[in-house]
Design a binder for this molecule. Sequence first.
Ligand SMILES: [Zn+2]
Length: 255
Amino acid sequence: MGIPTIPVSHNMLFVLDPRFGDFNRDIVSDIFRSVDTRFAEVLGTSQSSSTIMSVILYASDGIPMCSSTSENIHHIYLCCKGGDYSILMFQFAHEYCHHLIGGELKGGIEGLKWFEETVCEVASMYHLRRMISDWKRSNDAEKLHAVPEIQKYLEHLEKPSYSASSDILRHLKMEGWIEWYISCYKQRSRPSSNAVAVKMLPIFEANPHLWRIILHFGDMRRWKTLDELFQHLRKADSSYEAPLVELQVLLRSLY
Ligand SMILES: [Zn+2]
């Protein structure tokens, strides 16, 4: 007997696993599809924003991640219950962002990999926001019922005590904050990594086409400095010049 799967779209397959628990298959497929569709909209790409097949699996080691197989299929590992819609969206949007960036999908935080992680954190919050506004207008009773919980979850991610406590901001003002930031990543300390993402989110909210920068990231381990990366991004596409400057000014203000 084959492994049970749910086809989500022509290039996305969800592999069922008892550890996801019981859940509404339509809603979960809808969450996965909505991230793909919305990314395609803001990136200005066709119907589906990726030609690479992605397979969604349960993360046995408890760490959500996106990895690549030798056949160039991306495996997106999630670690939550299928009925925990906010956490599911949070994890999936982050990993799907890695999938779209398509750089070397290996562990480690060399070069500007930390910045890719930060942008993926922004993606999580960005898609959670969109989910709330979509679900608020839905006719589906289960979606409507879930909205307050998702709102609470997002507020928790964005609230100062979690994302930008004075301690974190003090570190961000220090010289060498990037080294500190990377060390937080190595320790998998999400509150600190989230602090910069929270500050970046409004720029992406106001300028959704800024998401196009991820199409030009490539392997982020090859960049040594943000200035080097931003110079490359500016040359690659002129459509996001103004918000890119805004993003650069923000990041410079942090160190
Ligand atoms: Zn990540």
